[in-house]
Design a protein around this ligand. Structure first.
Ligand code: SAM
Length: 335
């Protein structure tokens, strides 16, 4: 059966195909045909400015790509450098690109959008910076800014990764902690960001109050907007240094420490603000080979400060590098 297609000189093929993908008018159900000079690119519209439309017998395309890398017309050596995964926060995709493929950044963004129709925009991430761990972002496809609404377990979270750190990969961990919360608990989230832990806990369990602390002054505004959006009243957003703030708050039944690079440096502060029998969830990046040593050190340090702790659970949350992982330690304050 013949299909509608446009005749495109081979040298323009890559650019025109990317344009068609980004406009959603590439007919992905047919293969691109060719003769010695021209490509026959199947389209879903009746005309395409600058190119002659014709009908041609094009082979059926069995497979609809779901991996953006399949849509990229770049040499194999560059394809090898492309990341296999990226973060999606709401309708914003965030990808880190190595220097080798930087010149294809717009094509990469368009390819990502064409395999994931729910994306509004693709941002390139040049790294997390500063104490606030916010990202330097550049739009490489789509439209609009990086503010978005992320949905997790029925909770809507307004966030902007260029202003406040947000980790979409912690959904299971947030749900796990929420499931442990008992009615009326006093909870302190020491490094809360836009308060995803507090929001999931408040929406799915029945805490008394969640104090959401963050050093980043932009976080508080997002927490307030998120409380309103989800009709939640028992979160108290606080801007400040958790080390100081925890001293002036009531003792907690549960403390969340999601600052994986250095959370252990705040463990003494967390212990001083936790009730006897209270629980501390500490997230920490460590060398996998150092796990036993890290656990022993935490126990010893606690004793030297006059506390006694038991580590009730250790779970590996994700791989961080070939030798390191992010772990969560559930630490009970015994004495
Ligand atoms: C890894 S992020 C956690 C974000 C959030 N829990 C999430 O799941 O998306 C760590 C947060 O801690 C904040 N932070 C860093 N040092 C802090 C401190 N001393 N006191 C309070 N917040 C701090 C940063 O601004 C950042 O928002």
């Amino acid at each position: 059966m013949t299909r509608k297609c446009i005749l495109v000189p081979k040298r323009d093929g890559e650019r025109v195909r990317a344009e068609l993908i980004s406009k959603g008018i590439l007919d992905a159900g047919r293969k691109i045909g060719s003769d010695d000079r021209l490509l026959f690119i199947p389209i879903l519209t009746d005309k395409y400015e600058g190119y002659e439309v014709t009908e041609a017998d094009l082979e059926h395309q069995e497979h609809i790509p779901t991996d953006y890398r399949e849509l990229l017309d770049i040499q194999e050596e560059f394809k090898q450098e492309l990341p296999t995964s990226f973060d999606v926060i709401g309708d914003v995709a965030i990808i880190k690109l190595p220097d080798e493929v930087m010149r294809f950044k717009h094509q990469i963004g368009e390819a990502m959008m064409s395999v994931n129709r729910s994306l509004r925009t693709v941002m390139m991430d040049s790294g997390v910076k500063g104490d606030f761990r916010i990202r330097e972002l550049e739009r490489i496809a789509g439209e609009g800014g990086s503010e978005t609404i992320h949905k997790e377990f029925g909770v809507r979270m307004i966030t902007d990764p260029s202003k406040v750190y947000f980790n979409p990969r912690l959904a299971t961990e947030r749900s796990r902690i929420a499931s442990l919360v008992k009615e009326g608990e006093i909870i302190i989230d020491m490094f809360a960001g836009v308060s995803p832990f507090g929001l999931v806990i408040s929406k799915t369990s029945r805490p008394g109050v969640v104090y959401s602390i963050d050093l980043n002054p932009d976080a508080e505004g997002f927490v307030r907007r998120n409380m309103e959006l989800n009709h939640i009243e028992n979160i108290v957003p606080i801007t400040g240094n958790a080390r100081e703030m925890i001293k002036v708050l009531p003792e907690a039944d549960r403390v969340i420490m999601n600052l994986p690079q250095i959370a252990d440096e705040f463990l003494t502060d967390a212990l001083s603000g936790t009730k006897i029998n209270g629980m501390i969830h500490l997230h920490k990046v460590i060398e996998r080979s150092e796990l036993d040593h890290f656990e022993e050190k935490m126990m010893k340090d606690a004793v030297s400060l006059g506390y006694e702790i038991s580590i009730d659970n250790i779970t590996e949350l994700k791989t961080y590098s070939p030798t390191m992982s992010v772990y969560v330690f559930d630490i009970r304050k015994v004495k």
